[in-house]
Design a protein around this ligand. Structure first.
Ligand SMILES: Nc1ncnc2c1ncn2[C@@H]1O[C@H](COP(=O)(O)OP(=O)(O)OP(=O)(O)O)[C@@H](O)[C@H]1O
Length: 218
């Protein structure tokens, strides 16, 4: 379902962010991306989401080479991808409901009733249904992360990408967030989670891809 063939990504600086990497991830897999700051984890996620394009090599999602498609097709692919961004991208002038609703904008086809149903169901899935009218500044760090996850899944994506979703959380809250991803995984979603804290990941018995300076190690 996700295939990288000899992918190199350069941002025009002296070192490549990714250097000739190849891997594939099957439909329904849960995979962790581990590695130091600057190793290239976010770059892999951005390539899968079609936010960035590979400089060399091919990035294939569901048999479609992202380098070969039109902007419209790219939007279509992105409708099947949910992203939990590293910098959260929470809008603090809107309440929880409106922040989650933003996740539906990429599809934009829902009437008011469907919108309410989808947002409520996403908030229920992350245990935030009681905070629907709350403003984000009144949420704890863990709750803000749950809000980001609800926004990422509200359009029911087939692929869920999460960039350092456990950063800045204590171990207890980080484990709760990982449990949430496990629940989406059980529901059949393909999930890729980046994290620099390898000790957190090792207990999970899932596949871990270790990155070091834009290449896989081990
Ligand atoms: N937009 C950009 N322009 C120039 N260089 C970039 C850009 N984005 C990333 N890089 C560089 O590419 C390399 C890989 O960055 P990337 O963000 O993928 O790493 P990361 O493993 O996600 O790091 P972190 O854990 O700190 O988020 C780094 O050297 C980074 O400085």
């Amino acid at each position: 379902m996700i295939q990288f063939n000899q992918v190199t990504k350069s941002y025009g600086t002296s070192n490549n962010a990714l250097n000739n990497i190849s891997f594939s991830i099957n439909k329904g897999e849960l995979v962790f991306l581990a590695g130091h700051s600057g190793a290239g984890k976010s770059t892999i996620l951005k390539l899968i989401a079609g936010i960035e394009i590979a400089s060399m090599g091919s990035t294939i999602i569901n048999g479609i080479d992202l380098a070969q498609i039109s902007q419209n097709q790219r939007t279509f692919i992105r409708q099947h991808v949910g992203i939990v961004f590293q910098d959260h991208k929470i809008l603090f002038d809107r309440n929880v409901f409106d922040n989650v609703r933003l996740g539906l904008d990429i599809t934009g086809l829902y009437n008011k009733e469907e919108t309410i149903e989808r947002v409520t169901s996403a908030l229920h899935a992350v245990g935030l249904e009681h905070k629907i009218k709350t403003h984000p500044q009144e949420l704890s760090g863990g709750e803000q992360q749950r809000l980001c996850i609800a926004r990422a899944v509200v359009h029911k994506p087939k692929i869920l990408l999460a960039d350092e979703p456990t950063a800045n959380l204590d171990r207890e809250n980080a484990l709760k967030i990982l449990e949430l991803f496990k629940a989406f995984h059980k529901a059949g979603v393909t999930i890729i989670i980046s994290a620099h804290d390898e000790t957190l990941l090792s207990d999970y018995g899932k596949r871990i891809l270790y990155l070091n300076n834009g290449q896989f190690r081990g």
